[in-house]
Design a binder for this molecule. Structure first.
Ligand SMILES: Nc1nc2c(c(=O)[nH]1)N[C@H]1C(S)=C(S)[C@@H](COP(=O)(O)O)O[C@H]1N2
Ligand SMILES: [Mo]
Length: 417
């Protein structure tokens, strides 16, 4: 047994003793202490200060945009011409010619009844909602950004059509250079649009992010935002909503082998793991977790010597000596360029003073930190995982790649003299 491995068999006990011995806590009231329910070891302070902001500035979001040219790169004149500005935007809401829904009314450009931006804002005066949500691409895994999204519930627009029957699916798409091959379409069962089951916020026709108008990259002037889904359901540069009697999904993303009935998963990833550390010196690590549809109860970490073989019949390391990391409390500063750093009034999930009603928030990010005990010299592999609020350890209960990224992340590091 290598020295390192011998050490790690006692890992659990040592971690516990370390925290007791360490006993060093940060000054009460400091920005960092404010982020944890329990005091955190002082060694974590430098890496906690470098954590990313909780909300993401619009311009710092990761961008996933299709099209040749990409619609947000069109010159302003062209944007005006094709309805990609607030002044020229028009939304058609129609029955699907192939699987017609029975509607009392349709909204079309031809009849000059298409919805314009002023009408949408007018509906917003009465119906607008806002909620926090992390934008994640099913295939990229790493969140693109965390925001407070604002708009009118899609059902408000659906009801304007006076639907009677034969309505089972709603699909929608955005501006795609008038080239059918470039169309990026997503869809939802109508029931999800009409009713917010499982305590979800509504699906919205969205025009603001973090209190500001959407930027062209984020889908301006208007995009769909689906709280519980991966990014591909949140179609940008929205131009058409189609009410259909189709009984199944018809998302463009589905034709690319993606599982389009898979809401967001819970998983953890690292932000800071040092590449090289000194022997017997505590190791500060940080990361984030995405709380998916089943919530988040724990983040856990585990270090093992890199040369150690693991039984093939335990691919998810369920029998490893995982220890709990600390999920950080809401941040002292939210970031994301929110005006006065305040949560906009009446944001779903926040109280009247702008405090989150629950923490960690579902369908959002949370940050975590751990101070690993010092180690003897060697090569090590660090892993992190989540336990969701139903008790399932990552990557369960839905481990397949094409239903959303959730592999257990690993990072190697070296401990030397
Ligand atoms: N019209 C349109 N909407 C789109 C896309 C697109 O290519 N075209 N990409 C989708 C995908 S796959 C993702 S992950 C999100 C990314 O949103 P963001 O670019 O605002 O971060 O946008 C979605 N909406
Ligand atoms: Mo995506």
């Amino acid at each position: 047994m290598s020295e390192a491995r011998e050490f790690l068999t006692e890992h659990n006990e040592l971690t516990r003793r370390f925290f007791l011995r360490c006993g060093v806590t940060l000054a009460a009231g400091s920005a960092v202490a404010a982020r944890a329910a329990e005091p955190l070891p002082a060694e974590l302070a430098p890496v906690l200060e470098k954590l990313e902001s909780y909300f993401t500035e619009q311009s710092k979001f990761g961008d996933v945009s299709r099209g040749k040219p990409i619609p947000h790169t069109l010159p302003l004149e062209k944007k005006k011409e094709v309805g990609l500005t607030r002044e020229t935007w028009r939304l058609e809401i129609i029955s699907d010619p192939e699987n017609p829904a029975t509607l009392g009314k349709q909204f079309t450009k031809k009849d000059n009844t298409a919805i314009d931006f002023a009408t949408l804002l007018k509906l917003g005066e009465k119906h607008a909602v806002r909620f926090a949500k992390v934008m994640t691409c099913l295939n990229i895994g790493c969140p693109l950004g965390m925001g407070i999204w604002e708009g009118v519930p899609l059902r408000t627009l659906v009801w304007l059509t006076q639907p009677k029957e034969n309505l089972r699916r709603v699909f929608y798409y955005g501006y795609h250079n008038d080239d059918p091959k470039q169309m990026f379409r997503s869809s939802l069962p109508v029931g999800r649009i009409l009713e917010d089951y499982d305590d979800l916020p509504p699906v919205i026709v969205c025009y603001k992010l973090n209190g500001e108008w959407l930027t062209p990259e984020r889908g301006a002037p208007v995009r769909i935002l689906v709280p519980e889904h991966y990014g591909y359901k949140s179609v940008k540069w929205l131009t058409h909503i189609v009410l259909s009697n189709l009984y199944h999904a018809n998302d463009t993303y589905g034709t690319q082998n993606n599982d389009v009935d898979s809401p967001m998963k819970t998983f953890a990833a690292t932000l800071h793991v040092p590449g090289t550390v000194k022997t017997n010196t505590p190791i500060p690590v940080t990361g984030y977790a995405q709380s998916g549809i089943s919530g988040l109860s724990k983040v856990q970490v585990w270090v093992s010597p890199s040369e150690k073989k693991w039984p093939a019949d335990d691919p998810y390391f369920t029998t490893a000596a995982w220890t709990d990391a600390t999920i950080l409390a809401p941040p002292a500063k939210w970031g994301g360029e929110l005006t006065a750093d305040a949560i906009p009034k009446d944001t779903i999930g926040f109280d009247a003073t702008g405090k989150p009603k629950t923490w960690p928030m579902r369908l959002a990010k949370a940050h975590w930190a751990a101070l690993l005990p010092g180690l003897p010299a060697g090569e090590y592999t660090f892993r992190c995982r989540t336990i969701d609020a139903k008790g399932a350890a990552q990557p369960m209960p839905r481990p397949f790649k094409k239903s959303g990224r959730c592999d257990i992340e690993w990072v190697k590091f070296t401990v030397t003299g």
